[in-house]
Design a protein around this ligand. Structure first.
Ligand SMILES: [Ca+2]
Ligand SMILES: [Ca+2]
Ligand SMILES: [Ca+2]
Ligand SMILES: [Ca+2]
Length: 232
């Protein structure tokens, strides 16, 4: 009987440790403001040698359902120009008439598939009312059917202009066991939508693992329990 209580105690202790660990995970880490606070070397340009005005040096094919292109305007591909600043360093400001039901999206097609490990999203320099409030990061392997990887619920998370915020698998979204070749950012709403100039994003960086080994969530608990049993 006594051994039963000891074992029950162990189980409660282990469960408490597992729950505490998941609660400790920090969400939405602010890295700083401006170009220097970007992580750099993301999947769309690992060498950071992209020349946006010429659209050269990038390691991804970009597409968008609004304002495709880099140079010459505040176009959508400027979220991958490795810069945070005024003018054309951002994608701005909405095509008028409000955000369509499908959202405003920009897609990066990579040469090989990666499981998303973390990404950064940065605010642009204009008024906060144009910042995305409801948005998703999605993955696909055919560029047509997309799965939601991360969905933002409408809360504001930028406290400054040109601020770089990090979102991590295991803290902000599920650890990925599926690798994707297409990553898409979709904005469904902003505070000022649908009036006037209602949209802006400064920069997006995606990071991933090309060789994912799925982790069995219960393996740690099973191993610990096995050790306890063996010790009896
Ligand atoms: Ca490059
Ligand atoms: Ca524009
Ligand atoms: Ca940019
Ligand atoms: Ca980049």
């Amino acid at each position: 009987m006594k051994i039963m209580f000891v074992l029950a105690g162990f189980v409660i202790m282990i469960a408490f440790c597992v729950i505490s660990t998941s609660d400790i995970a920090q969400a939405e880490v602010v890295l700083g403001t401006g170009t220097d606070s970007l992580l750099g070397g993301d999947l769309t340009d690992p060498e950071d040698d992209g020349a946006p005005d010429a659209d050269e040096g990038y390691n991804a094919i970009f597409t968008a359902n609004e304002e495709p292109g880099f140079g010459g305007g505040e176009f959508s591909f400027n979220v991958f120009d490795n810069r945070l600043g005024p003018g054309n360093d951002k994608w701005c400001c909405g095509r008028g008439g409000g955000i369509p039901e499908e959202g405003l999206y920009v897609t990066a097609e990579l040469e090989e598939a990666y499981a998303l490990t973390h990404f950064t999203l940065s605010s642009a320099n204009d008024v906060p009312a144009r910042d995305p409030t409801v948005w998703e990061v999605q993955g696909s392997n055919d560029g047509e059917d997309f799965e939601t990887i991360y969905a933002h619920d409408g809360d504001g998370f930028w406290s400054e202009r040109l601020q770089v915020v990090l979102f991590e698998a295991g803290a902000d979204f599920d650890v990925q066991t599926t690798a994707y070749r297409f990553f898409r950012h979709v904005t469904f709403d902003t505070a000022s939508n649908p009036a006037g100039a209602y949209f802006q994003i400064g920069e997006i960086e995606y990071f991933g693992d090309a060789n994912v080994t799925p982790v069995e969530p219960k393996s740690k608990l099973t191993t610990t329990w096995g050790r306890i049993k063996n010790a009896q």
